[in-house]
Design a protein around this ligand. Structure first.
Ligand SMILES: [Zn+2]
Ligand SMILES: [Zn+2]
Ligand SMILES: [Zn+2]
Length: 755
């Protein structure tokens, strides 16, 4: 018996070959009817016998094209109209617009195959792409996503490409960057002095890299600096030239088998490596492998690894002997990723030896994303290429609200109807260049959305650059407390709505409602308000934020604040040549000069790392915490005792005091106890102190959210989570949104929508 259904599909279903996919399925299952794009997705009318129709409806969800993603799938009965065939009909302008701007996706298996197939017309063509792969967000100048509004507008398709583009059944139907050797963009290789080098570029680049050169290569979202990851001296040369002494560098490896020789990974990690987003995945190094130069990620047990994701990468790794390359963003220190060709030669002079450029313009810089898997769940450290600008859908309206994010790891968010678009990773808002980069990326995305900001959510911190940025807009400015934004960001990430939760928020620095620096917080709250229940005891932070790059000074401040003269004496024993500076620091604290009160997890980790002598000066953000976290033995999570600590109830606020823990750590250090043992005990102390506080708070039925940058630390995340689970709490950590300040703008925006 013939039956009719109407099917509405919402999500990433436009510009991803969805209509030809439906057309193909309809023919497989003898379905007649229509498929049509409208403003909020794809609408299908399907008629067929009931069995085939069921199979068709099921296959849409299970056999999706690689780039498509369904958020909402509605099937309703329809009246039989008696169609004779199945057809793709013209787009309709009906429905409320729910925008999805396509992401930049890694090269697909079909294109990889064609790229390396001598008989294919796109053999060796480094811009091969189709509806299932290639650049999108990075080349769009305006919406709708259509070739004239991309940086492909100047490349007129040849007759062959045009035919593919126009044919609804071709896998390049409406693939906007479609091109070939005849009509498309081209790569060029230059010496850094600007001399053009003729010949086979890929072969040439492979030779240059093997002979120890540093080559800047233009990719999807910007330029990478590339060199041989197995060659210690060239990696050191790159570090010197970039003035980046120890921050780990990411590598790209030829394939999964080659990755397996240097790092271990689980299924989740393998899937992420091979995903359309193709992020950098943090993997555990194999301790028995010495293939990769130690200076790629010195003193760390993890390595950031990604797979080739552009056709050019695939060709390069297809050359003999190219297996592991350092692939790091070519950004002048503290500045946005380099992506404009006109700037490449100037900035890269003295850094790169050669430049590989091309004439497909990048319109939006976008860094590689970084993801870490803890147990079997992924957590995003940097949300950029492949993830941006995929929207977050909320249940309530967030329309016309924008949020400007944090000072570090900045991202912004834009609310439109019930969708929130989180912009790309902008970085640290410490320079005019980054400020301008923020505005240019914001204005672009916002123009696409057509949002007129009525409310601008910013952090409470009086000296964050976002205070200045907010003045660029005319709407009402609302100030949101940093850790409240973290709490709500984690709620939204886990679809928790309209209820009070407990938030355990551990991070580096956030401005508190009392004017002090917060960052080791237990809060209770919801999207509208919060209350502080417990925090780490305040200690003086000599020099304020400046001490972040000199963790040992912060250790002195902490020891002197907590232990007085005894702390001063410990400091002098620990930091032997610094007696004069220690006297100055203690004086500053006595006189209350430029030494604000702080109670943060990040600074506590800094202090302990410098007491252990593993990081007295930080050369990159979070270095001390990362090194200390690497020392802790994950096999001992919740299996080891902890140092002692105190929890005091002061005016209905619980204060967690680490004085005795720090003293024990110093004694152990003086008694030559191993750093690994001390670091593990210290991690366990942080875990136990939080759990004991939660027990004292006696909020037994609450859901608990974990947020803040310190939860990238697997010991803290797993230790806290498993103990809370044992106590019967439902515990939530971040999934699709960074737990660090990269996720802050999302929380700010949702709070602003409730105010
Ligand atoms: Zn493809
Ligand atoms: Zn062509
Ligand atoms: Zn934070």
């Amino acid at each position: 018996m013939q039956t009719a259904k109407s099917i509405i599909v919402r999500g990433r279903v436009q510009g991803v070959g969805f209509r030809p996919f439906i057309f193909g399925l309809a023919s497989d299952y003898n379905i007649v009817g229509t498929v049509q794009n409208n403003m909020d997705g794809v609408s299908i009318i399907a008629e067929g016998d009931i069995n085939s129709l069921d199979k068709f409806i099921n296959a849409i969800q299970t056999r999706l094209p690689r780039l498509a993603k369904i958020y909402e799938y509605i099937v309703r009965d329809n009246e039989l109209a008696g169609f004779e065939n199945f057809s793709i009909i013209e787009s309709s302008k009906s429905g409320t617009s729910s925008l999805v701007i396509p992401i930049d996706a890694s090269i697909c298996p079909d294109c990889s195959e064609e790229l390396l197939n001598k008989d294919n017309k796109r053999y060796n063509y480094p811009f091969i792409n189709c509806t299932q792969c290639g650049p999108r967000y990075s080349i769009i100048s305006a919406l709708p996503y259509d070739r004239p509004y991309t940086s492909m507008e100047n490349f007129k398709m040849c007759a062959d490409c045009r035919e593919e583009y126009d044919n609804p059944l071709d896998r390049r139907h409406h693939a906007q960057p479609n091109a070939c050797e005849i009509c498309g963009p081209k790569y060029e290789l230059y010496r850094i002095d600007g001399t053009l080098i003729e010949g086979n570029i890929v072969e040439h680049v492979a030779e240059l890299i093997k002979s120890g050169n540093i080559v800047a290569i233009k990719g999807i979202g910007g330029y990478h600096l590339v060199c041989d990851a197995t060659n210690e001296s060239v990696v050191n040369k790159l570090r010197q030239r970039k003035n980046r002494p120890s921050k780990p560098l990411a590598i790209m490896a030829k394939n999964i088998d080659e990755i397996n020789k240097i790092c271990s990974f689980n299924i989740k990690e393998r899937d992420l490596l091979q995903s359309i987003e193709s992020p950098i995945v943090l993997l555990n190094k194999r301790s028995d492998s010495n293939i990769i130069a130690e200076s790629v990620a010195p003193n760390l047990s993890q390595l950031g690894v990604m797979m080739p994701y552009t056709p050019f990468h695939v060709l390069l790794f297809n050359e003999n002997n190219i297996k592991y390359l350092v692939m790091t963003s070519a950004n002048p220190s503290g500045l946005p990723m380099l992506y404009k060709d006109c700037e490449a030669f100037t900035y890269l002079n003295n850094i790169a030896d050669y430049i590989v450029s091309n004439n497909r313009e990048i319109l939006h810089a976008i860094d590689d994303s970084v993801v870490q898997v803890i147990e079997s769940s992924a957590s995003i450290i940097r949300r950029a290429r492949g993830y941006v600008p995929e929207p977050i859908t909320t249940q309530s309206s967030c329309d016309s609200i924008i949020a400007l994010g944090s000072q570090q790891k900045n991202t912004f968010s834009i609310g439109r109807n019930s969708q929130i678009f989180i912009g790309p990773h902008i970085g640290d808002l410490n320079s005019v260049e980054v400020y301008n980069h923020f505005l240019s990326e914001f204005n672009h995305l916002n123009k696409w959305m057509g949002v007129n900001p009525m409310k601008i959510a910013i952090d409470l911190h009086p000296s964050f650059t976002t205070n200045e940025l907010a003045k660029e807009f005319s709407g009402e400015i609302v100030k949101i407390q940093h850790h409240h934004a973290h709490l709500v960001s984690c709620m939204v990430d886990n679809n928790i709505r309209d209820e009070n939760v407990i938030g355990i928020i551990l991070d580096g620095t956030g401005y508190g409602t009392d004017g002090n620096i917060w960052g080791f917080e237990i809060l209770e709250g919801n999207e509208g308000s919060f209350e502080r229940l417990a925090h780490l005891r305040y200690t003086n932070l000599p020099g304020g934020d400046k001490s972040i790059i000199e963790p040992w000074k912060n250790a002195v401040g902490m020891l002197y604040s907590l232990l007085g003269e005894r702390g001063k004496n410990y400091s002098k024993k620990l930091f032997k040549d610094q007696s004069d500076t220690i006297n100055i620091i203690c004086n500053m604290i006595d006189k209350n000069l430029n030494s604000p009160l702080a109670g943060t997890c990040g600074r506590l980790f800094d202090a302990v790392a410098s007491i252990l002598g593993v990081c007295t000066k930080a050369t990159y953000d979070g270095e001390a915490a990362i090194i200390l976290s690497n020392l802790a033995d994950l096999n001992l999570i919740n299996q080891i005792e902890s140092y002692s600590y105190d929890i005091l109830n002061e005016d209905n606020l619980f204060i967690i005091d680490f004085s005795s823990c720090l003293e024990r750590i110093i004694e152990d250090k003086f008694n030559n106890v191993s750093n690994e043992y001390i670091a593990t005990m210290f991690h366990q102390t942080v875990v136990n102190s939080i759990i004991d506080t939660i027990i004292l708070l006696d909020k037994i039925d609450s859901k608990i959210v974990l947020s803040g940058g310190s939860f990238h630390n697997p010991y803290l995340l797993l230790g806290v989570k498993s103990k809370l689970n044992k106590l019967g709490f439902e515990v939530y950590s971040h999934r699709n949104i960074p737990t660090n300040d990269g996720g802050l703008s999302l929380g700010q925006l949702v709070i602003a929508s409730k105010l």
